[in-house]
Design a protein around this ligand. Sequence first.
Ligand SMILES: Nc1ncnc2c1ncn2[C@@H]1O[C@H](COP(=O)(O)OP(=O)(O)OP(=O)(O)O)[C@@H](O)[C@H]1O
Ligand SMILES: [Mg+2]
Length: 324
Amino acid sequence: MSPPEPEIAVRVRALVKTYGSTRALDGVDLEIPAGQVLGLLGPNGAGKTTTVRILTTLLRPDSGEAWVAGHDVLADPDPVRRRIGLSGQYAAVDENLTGFENLYLVGRLYGRKRAAAKARARELLARFGLEEAADRPAKGYSGGMRRRLDLAGALVAEPTVVVLDEPTTGLDPGGRIDTWEVIKELVADGTTVLLTTQYLEEADQLADSIVVIDKGRVIARGTADQLKARVGGERLELVLASADDLPATLRVLSDVGTGEPAGDAHTRRAEILVETGPKALIEALRRLDAQSITVQDVGLHRPTLDDVFLSLTGHGAESREEPK
Ligand SMILES: Nc1ncnc2c1ncn2[C@@H]1O[C@H](COP(=O)(O)OP(=O)(O)OP(=O)(O)O)[C@@H](O)[C@H]1O
Ligand SMILES: [Mg+2]
């Protein structure tokens, strides 16, 4: 097979990887134009890390092809290793070393001379807001700082393609936003990014395009807006004053929305997907008021990743891995 055109930084074709009877990847195709961010979205066990490991030369697929920056990942892994940076799902930070030492070591591993490795470490620490913590052991770092240090580690060798496997899982909202800023800067520099995530919001913020995988297969692809449009409209949610009104409320909701409304007597909540947003909300409230049903709270929400998953797969994006 000939390499892809230079404007395609990453190309994956028909990747299959099995573990015993588990088809971790069952024919995944994806492409990332140079300088763009692709969000690889999927629930636990979807095959995200398996894809990442194959692209970064850490794992061989059973079949299929992968190209990074014009190099065949399987036939020619060395140049791929020089051009790709990985920030794995679990931060690869040496706890006992300082932030500076961690980055210096990576630079030396990549064959940089001492002075160059030091300069690069200092530069990245400054860029990731870790200057003050640079000379403290990483074990005293917060989760967000550790993540940033790990991201910095992935950039030491100035890769043209960066792979980030769930870069914000486990971070608090502040840490997540900080990390997003760093990723946005990377893209501004022209770096191509493959980002895996379980959060549609993250893909929404960062990704030019999204590939959704589930059980090793691509089940949808497009921009964040296109994916949300597939779910169709918004979610109208109501909280009732009395659970007794739930059956009547569900009847009203099924008139103003699409598909089946959902209700929970215990929490007195009712919801449905609506195509017409505020119009549907006003109509629902008008009809409920006419039946003297008291609504305690009401809201319209954009579809979430769970809604996307629910509509695509019939199950949510929550962890659904079988216990090991
Ligand atoms: N080394 C392995 N041995 C056996 N099964 C594996 C191995 N690695 C992954 N799997 C299985 O392959 C499937 C895909 O796993 P993978 O780690 O790629 O998913 P993921 O999308 O990264 O999930 P998560 O969001 O939990 O990180 C899962 O069913 C997983 O249990
Ligand atoms: Mg994973």
